[in-house]
Design a protein around this ligand. Structure first.
Ligand code: NAI
Length: 331
């Protein structure tokens, strides 16, 4: 099996090398095809997503991707958004689950954010009405995109024995756009009578997540809220170093950590590779290697529960390599 690999920017190469080392250790029939995207690719060939990288994803249908830097307030458009749009990866699935060995405020968080991935404000369509004076940003919500993300949240709940799906919105203010998203949620929930369905305004959702996250199960929401709420969820389980994700549709899947390229710690060999490793576990499950994924998850649990080997973000002193060595030792 061939999998496209993007090592990304900042801490990307450091964590990707360690994750690939773990997968290689299991001697699976997986071959990685590595390509550059983002700034590095642009410097080499003038394209942010070069054609050969694009073709590789199209051929392999599965990719493992490390974070890619996007300049703030200027410069090129996000490569992450570009890839999601290029392959119409409409579902961004972000499971946040407490790890026994990680000290945090809650014991039993086990929720999954379903973030719409192809429209809403997050696409970055902006219009300058008057330079430095007035800018408009377009919030686009369509029936097609809303239906497919909401239905995939309910289908996931059905297939995984989950009991509740919560729609997160701001339809009290955005009566038309978020109103449409909520209306479609209320239509689709009628097809899933066995699953509890409720809806919450995004600001109240944030408060309830911080006060009592254990009440949430599956959450579905438009793109920008999904971006923000899922980072909040990472904070509930111990930080960005732990939250994996998958961007998918019915044909293609790109697996990546929720976090960014962390320029503040890049090059120091201290980044936590767990979020990318758990993303790789989701990829292994997608490819049918459920046993191997389980083994990796158990090894991580063992290291975090029974040793003090952990990276700095989790209060430890281990380097990325020392932490990975400990996981491999358990495998
Ligand atoms: P960030 O997620 O890179 O970092 C936020 C904070 O979390 C930093 O203090 C960082 O050190 C820490 N952190 C993140 N991942 C960590 C890890 N694995 N281990 C230990 N600590 C970790 O967010 P920031 O700084 O806002 O963004 C940096 C760049 O990343 C930006 O250019 C942004 O556009 C890009 N980005 C890319 C994403 C992607 O490729 N999917 C997702 C989010 C941001």
């Amino acid at each position: 099996m061939k999998v496209t690999l993007f090592k990304g920017d900042g801490i990307g190469p450091e964590i990707t090398d360690e994750v690939v080392r773990i997968i290689d250790y299991l001697k699976l029939p997986i071959e990685f095809e590595e390509y550059d995207i983002g700034q590095i690719a642009y410097e080499k060939c003038g394209e942010l997503i070069p054609q050969d990288a694009h073709d590789s994803v199209r051929r392999n249908r599965v990719a493992l991707k490390a974070p890619v830097t996007t300049p703030v307030g200027k410069g090129f458009r996000s490569v992450n958004v570009g890839l999601r749009l290029a392959f119409d990866l409409y579902a961004n699935i972000r499971p946040a689950k407490t790890n026994k060995g990680v000290k945090c405020r809650y014991d039993n968080v086990d929720l999954v954010v379903f973030r719409e991935n192809t429209e809403d404000l997050y696409i970055g369509e902006e219009k300058v009405i008057a330079e430095d004076e007035e800018i408009h940003a377009i919030k686009k919500i369509t029936r097609k995109a809303s239906e497919r993300i909401i239905r995939s949240a309910f289908e996931y709940a059905k297939d995984n024995g989950r009991h509740k799906v919560t729609c997160v919105h701001k339809a009290n203010i955005l009566k038309q756009s978020d109103g449409l998203f909520l209306k479609i949620f209320n239509e689709i929930k009628e097809e899933y009578k066995d699953i509890e369905a409720d809806s919450l305004i995004v600001d109240a959702t944030c408060m309830k997540l911080v006060m009592n996250p254990e009440q949430f199960d599956i959450m579905v929401m438009p793109n920008l809220y999904g971006d923000i709420v899922s980072d909040l969820c990472s904070g509930l389980i111990g930080g960005l170093g732990l939250l994996p994700s998958c961007n998918k549709n019915d044909g293609y899947a790109i697996f990546e950590a929720v976090h960014g390229s962390a320029p503040d710690i890049a090059g120091q060999g201290i980044a936590n590779p767990t979020a990318l490793l758990f993303s790789a576990c989701m990829m292994l499950e997608h490819l049918g290697f459920n046993e191997e994924s389980k083994k990796i998850r158990e090894a991580v649990d063992d290291v975090l529960s029974n040793t003090d080997i952990r990276t700095k973000d989790l209060g430890g002193t281990a380097t990325t390599r020392e932490y990975t060595d400990a996981i491999i030792e358990r495998l």
